[in-house]
Design a binder for this molecule. Sequence first.
Ligand SMILES: [Zn+2]
Length: 116
Amino acid sequence: MKINSEKISCKDVENFLQPYLEGNLGSGDMKLLLTHLKECSECMDELEVRFLLHEGLNSLEDGRNFNLKEELEERLYQSEQHVLMIERLKTSAVLLISALLVLGAVQLIFSVVGKI
Ligand SMILES: [Zn+2]
């Protein structure tokens, strides 16, 4: 059986939720968390509760109107966009480096050929 290292367990999610809510979770971990949340309603429920405690109490202090479901959906959407953007940047960087390597190799070949 193939082991998928790109997945985390419910126990791992426990460690990710607090940093996520505080905005301290890296994009790699964020991707793992989002992937898990899509497949696991238990952890999603847990996130909702944590989100309510974390954001809801802040909002009550500010006297803001608070729509938990909406704000959490917005937060998750933003996270997803963030992860996608980082992945695109990574892909572009890899493409750029590959292009530079090819260019370097071509130049090397030309310089060798030029010496003959
Ligand atoms: Zn879970």
